[in-house]
Design a binder for this molecule. Structure first.
Ligand code: AMP
Length: 534
């Protein structure tokens, strides 16, 4: 094989943190801790501590390929671990503390985690799970309270000199593992590679993705334990941005930190933005003036996009999944943006954006998966994806998770538009088949939450003797607000096709959610298993 004349430069995470420390050493990393205290470090400090941590892991006897778990919120010490573990050749397993006990037992055992790094807030989980995690040999607490006998992270790394050479290896070595929190069966592990992570982070830097520059100040609300925090820590290090972390997800704290620290960018699931709106409204204060807000994980509803845009914030509606590292598509201004009316811009932003370079998308017929659908803005089908940061095989699985011709089936249903915009219309498991035609449960939900009295809505297909399935909408009312089923249906009548209108609207006190905050239709169906349409 003939090679070109360029230098060898293995795509490893260590280059990312070396770069941040060299080019943006004094750019700050601020943390607001669970106890209300604040600390400040910078990229040089993260680099120094990551080397100490890598050394400390070696001192415990860890070898390249070994797994280190974390059960932690967003903060600078967690960030250190992202680089420290990868830097000694290890694999960081970010665990979601909201998983059920059986799932936590399963994922730590399945990954064979050797070290558990955790926040003091999760001490009760640690105490409960310890006996069920036989592979874990060492427990280290990020923020032990005074008088605790837990090993403190700062003391543990503080015992090292930091004189450490990053462990070299192949760029296809694993560096991180995240488990999906599927609603059925055991969670599945997705192993990210050094190379896939570096490529994904480079893609994250594009103006049409996170649009980071040296002046960016990012407060990521998306947790470090979910889908690699959308790759933000790596992309942020590449651009040398200032990070502001909050170890608590309280809108009052987030609001204060955003305003006090000059935050320009933030990222989170729709419920996070909703909580922020409610906090500002209840206290009669203005929303922070952000430059950009990335929303993903579930569909961003119209009123949310409108409100943020009216506040001068660019809304980046993103789609992705744990299996895709996670970014697949991101919305942002398109070539025709300046000619569009405000409403047209909102309409466009409600769709999930366009694929970033490295991601290829296609849709196939829901009934005949061999039939690839046109990108005509109308045909709705099973969304499939391929690219260098898309899963090939789940951790320890015996077979690849791909179609015969090499695509990963996302489980989402989508429409591809001629200008490349992708629009999620449902999950394949949730789409409603009525009289042989498909109804999007997601579109009905999105439309319903626009009603001033509706706090949350979930739509499921219920058995119907004539049509097979018909939509039923479950609604949680906003506190202090009232509405009738008829009013909700009337409200929807000019927003969706007539035959999509729900056959029933049921008011409920709450709607079940998964560990990542998404509506759990499976639990909802279980809860209403005896439901019959009159
Ligand atoms: P997870 O792996 O937990 O991040 O979940 C990924 C799933 O979340 C996707 O397959 C979609 O069903 C859903 N999802 C992510 N982003 C969006 C979005 N912007 N709009 C609608 N659904 C989304």
């Amino acid at each position: 094989m003939s090679l070109g004349a360029m230098q060898d430069w293995t795509m490893r995470i260590s280059h990312v943190i070396d770069h941040a420390a060299r080019e943006a050493p004094t750019r700050e990393i601020v943390t607001r801790w669970a106890d209300g205290s604040e600390t400040r470090t910078n990229w040089a400090g993260i680099h120094r501590d990551a080397r100490k941590m890598a050394q400390a892991l070696q001192a415990l006897g860890l070898k390249p390929g070994d797994k280190v778990a974390s059960l932690a919120m967003n903060h600078s010490r967690h960030l250190v671990s992202w680089f420290g573990v990868a830097g000694m050749g290890g694999v960081l397993h970010t665990c979601n503390p909201r998983l059920f006990e059986e799932q936590l037992e399963y994922i730590v055992g399945h990954a064979e985690d050797k070290v558990m790094l955790y926040d003091a807030a999760f001490q009760p989980i640690i105490d409960k799970m310890r006996d069920q995690w036989p592979t874990v040999e060492h427990y280290i607490c990020f923020d032990p309270p005074e008088g605790s006998d837990a090993t403190a992270f700062e003391d543990w790394i503080g015992a090292q000199s930091g004189e450490f050479e990053w462990v070299a290896g192949d760029e296809r070595d694993p560096c991180m593992i995240c488990y999906t929190s599927g609603t059925t069966g055991n969670p599945k592990g997705v192993q990210y590679e050094h190379r896939s992570t570096v490529l994904h982070a480079l893609a994250g830097l594009q103006p049409s993705t996170f649009n980071f520059s040296a002046s960016s100040v990012m407060l990521p609300v998306v947790p470090m334990f979910h889908a690699a925090s959308w790759g933000l820590p790596y992309a942020g290090a590449m651009a040398g941005i200032k990070f502001v972390f909050s170890a608590v997800n309280d809108p009052a704290v987030l609001d204060e930190m955003m305003k006090k620290e000059g935050v320009t960018d933030s990222a989170g699931v729709p419920t996070v933005w909703l909580a922020h709106f409610q906090y500002c409204d209840a206290n009669d204060i203005e929303l922070p003036k952000l430059r950009a807000a990335t929303i993903g994980g579930s569909a961003a509803p119209r009123f949310m996009i409108e409100r943020l845009m009216k506040n001068g914030t660019r809304v980046q509606h993103a789609w992705g999944m744990t299996e895709t590292s996670p970014i697949g598509t991101v919305g942002g201004p398109t070539a025709d943006w300046d000619e569009m009316t405000f409403d047209q811009k909102v309409e466009k932003t409600m769709k999930q954006g366009r694929p970033i370079f490295g991601v290829e998308l296609r849709t196939v017929d829901l009934d005949d998966r061999t039939k690839v659908l046109p990108r005509d803005g109308e045909a709705s089908g099973a969304l499939q994806i391929r690219g260098p940061w898309v899963v090939k095989r789940y951790f320890k699985a015996e077979e690849d998770a791909l179609t015969a011709d090499g695509w990963f089936d996302t489980g989402d249903v989508a429409i591809l538009h001629p200008d490349g915009t992708m629009q999620i219309t449902d999950r394949t498991k949730d789409v409603i088949k009525s009289g042989g035609e498909w109804i999007s449960s997601v579109e009905l939900e999105n439309a319903a939450v626009g009603h001033p009295a509706v706090a949350e809505a979930a739509c499921v297909g219920m058995f119907h003797p004539k049509w097979d399935e018909r939509p039923v909408l479950f609604v949680v009312k906003k506190e202090g607000k009232d509405c009738t089923a008829e009013e909700v249906v009337n409200f929807l009548s000019d927003k969706v096709a007539k035959w999509w209108l729900p056959d029933a609207v049921e008011f409920v006190d709450d709607i079940p959610h998964t560990a990542t905050g998404k509506i759990s239709k499976k639990d909802l169906r279980d809860r209403f298993s005896d439901y019959t349409l009159a």
